[in-house]
Ligand binder design. Structure first.
Ligand code: THU
Length: 162
């Protein structure tokens, strides 16, 4: 039997259409993006994580001459947030990428970062909003990581049968 997935998201033309919180978070991601350490790929990414205690934790991609040592902006921000506030829920993440064609959709997080977001959603038993954009591009908002990662792998899959 053939089955189908559909994904829904909201599209906006500018920061002005977002809520104050969403717009501030995306601005923080943009500032992080400006500081990205990407001398090898020249592809900058910035991320800003909003926690339930209203703190915003930012990160940007960290590259290395030994390429596999590098880390995506999203995971830098997410792990930094949970290291500083281990028991505080993640509400939202804004991601700002270098966008070559500003009329196109902004780039979405890589598979590993989606899997990490899925882990936090499962752990917190709540959705994490994902905001993608750049001051000069359109903005996409997903209510949950599951819109970007169907069939995420989680702890239930690790449970052994009795
Ligand atoms: N990158 C991110 O920071 N996030 C993603 O979701 C995709 C890729 C970074 C990793 C590397 O520094 C550069 O972008 C090119 O892949």
């Amino acid at each position: 039997m053939k089955k189908e997935f559909t994904t829904t998201y909201n599209e906006f033309e500018s920061f002005r259409e977002l809520s104050k919180i969403q717009s501030k978070l995306l601005e923080e991601a943009y500032h992080a993006y400006l500081n990205a350490y990407a001398p090898y790929s020249n592809f900058r990414v910035g991320a800003a994580v909003l926690l339930e205690n209203d703190k915003v934790i930012t990160g940007f991609n960290q590259e290395n001459a030994s390429y596999p040592c590098g880390m995506c902006a999203e995971r830098v921000a997410l792990y930094s947030a949970t290291a500083q506030f281990p028991s505080i829920k993640i509400i939202s993440i804004a991601i700002c990428c270098q966008t070559f064609d500003l009329s196109e959709n902004p780039p979405a997080p890589c598979g590993m970062c989606r899997q990490v977001l899925h882990e936090f959603e499962t752990h917190n038993n709540d959705q994490i909003e994902i905001i993608l954009g750049h001051p000069k591009s359109k903005i996409l908002i997903f209510d949950s990581c599951s819109a970007l990662l169907p069939f995420g792998f989680d702890q239930i899959n690790l449970k052994r049968n009795p």
